[in-house]
Design a binder for this molecule. Structure first.
Ligand code: AMP
Ligand code: GLY
Length: 425
């Protein structure tokens, strides 16, 4: 009976959304998987619906017309704009926080207030609105300090200040050249140091399931050099993550979920804690209201065939007690376009995809791609991710790198050191 096939819609267009759709497809019930806007590289049995209105009210009408049984929202923008609220008003089942709860990412001030109420360790900060108060704050903290925009800035809103020259450059960008548009509220934080960890959970607002810990690689170049990007790769699990870290991280999640409920903004969906392991213990650098990208490409496959049933359990408030995720080593390497991150070049043809897709132990997740004369071409900064899985980290890395080397893209860039420091055996 056609009506008995579930229809699951993933909202978004990147490799994270491709990984969500691909994971949901594995469900033994063989659901119909839709992606909107999706991208032309999400081939096979994912049904791509490219026309996607930006406005949340219009998007909700459009999504309603696709009659999904469940909507999974990938990126932060539609969450912050209230898409999940608009869909719930139409009676749709949605995985993803309300706009109010998504403020944990879209407003750093909101996040800091919730953290303070819940007693969660995070960097000391001042709220600033002009160059003078930024200078005062930096004087008070010394170097390093960090200047951040309050609102969403797609990874471009954070300046780590090591020297007075860094400070002047950041002030020039933010206040004189208005590189962050019309944002008027900024934070100056005390600079913290230590390794960073991405800790992501699936939550119904009260209970949660932690995915394995992961690390992403933000800089464009090997050895963490060059400008920041949306993320050039990811690895899981981490050799410097202890049982105590796991306990402490779970405790921080419990506290923030409590704080969100208490504030009247319970959080349902994927909650991402950006942690730093400092000398004084774990501290939160930021929360995100969604899965990380490229963390999704290494972590979502750890749910195997049960991803969809877990997402449905989070929506229905019936998450299982036992953590169901595998801890197989996984490495994700991002292939970025020529000129990324400053000026990515579009329109270059991708070759070798067919062969790359057939390789054992790897998966391809497509992102910034378009279609031209029947060929897949680059159309954005991060073009695709290759994720490798193995019995060992060595095997996972070798598989990812062997597969990515089969893909041709003029001027394409990828890091060669993703997961290198995890090669302990
Ligand atoms: P955020 O978007 O707030 O996570 O910041 C992006 C990146 O900036 C983080 O992943 C860190 O590498 C760095 N960063 C942010 N806040 C701090 C801080 N207080 N101390 C040191 N580094 C930071
Ligand atoms: N990989 C970092 C992020 O998704 O925000």
């Amino acid at each position: 009976m056609a009506g008995s096939t579930k229809r699951i819609l993933v909202v978004g267009a990147g490799a994270r959304e491709h990984a969500l759709a691909d994971g949901i497809r594995q469900d033994p019930g063989r659901p119909a998987v839709l992606a909107s806007p999706g991208n032309p590289g999400m081939e096979g049995d994912i049904h791509v619906h490219p026309s996607f209105p930006e406005n949340p009210a219009e998007a909700a009408v459009w999504i309603d017309s696709l009659s999904p049984d469940l909507v999974v929202i990938g990126p932060e923008k539609p969450l912050a704009a209230g898409l999940s609220d608009a869909l719930r008003q139409k009676g749709r089942r949605v995985l993803g926080p309300s706009a109010q709860a998504a403020q944990i990412e879209s407003s750093k001030l909101f996040a800091k207030e919730r953290m303070r109420e819940a007693g969660i360790p995070t960097a000391d900060f001042f709220v600033t609105r002009d160059p003078g108060s930024v200078r005062d704050a930096v004087r008070s903290f010394g170097y390093p300090s960090v200047l951040k925009a309050d609102g969403l800035a797609q990874g471009k809103g954070v300046f780590v200040l090591q020297t007075p020259e860094d400070l002047e450059e950041a002030l020039g960008k933010v206040f004189h050249r208005r590189s962050l548009g019309d944002q008027t509220t900024f934070f100056v934080e005390r600079g913290l140091s230590g390794p960073e960890v991405s800790f992501i959970v699936l939550t119904d607002g009260t209970r949660f399931l932690p995915f394995p810990e992961a690390r992403d690689y933000k800089r464009i170049g090997d050895g963490n050099r060059g400008p920041n990007t949306g993320g050039m790769g990811a690895v899981t699990p981490l050799s410097d993550w202890t049982e105590k870290d796991q306990e402490d991280a779970c405790h921080l999640i419990e506290r923030i979920l409590w704080g969100m409920r208490r504030h009247g903004t319970p959080f349902q969906g994927f909650l991402y804690a950006g942690l730093m392991k400092t000398a004084e213990g774990l501290k939160i650098l930021e929360f995100n209201a969604r899965f990380g990208d490229p963390e999704a490409q290494v972590l979502l496959p750890s749910a195997g065939e049960s991803l969809l049933s877990l997402l449905e359990a989070a929506v229905g408030g019936s998450l299982p007690e036992k953590v169901p995720f595998s801890r197989s080593p996984r490495v994700a390497v991002v292939l970025a376009a020529q000129g990324y991150p400053e000026k990515p070049v579009s329109g270059h043809v991708l070759s070798g995809l067919g062969k790359a897709r057939e390789q054992e132990g790897t998966r391809l997740y497509m992102a910034g791609v378009g279609e031209q004369d029947g060929q897949i071409v680059s159309s954005g900064g991060r073009v695709l991710t290759v994720a490798g899985e193995g019995k060992t980290m060595r095997e996972a890395r070798e598989r990812a790198y062997r597969t990515i080397s089969m893909i041709g893209l003029e001027g394409g860039q990828f890091r060669t050191d993703i997961g290198a420091e995890e090669m302990t055996g």
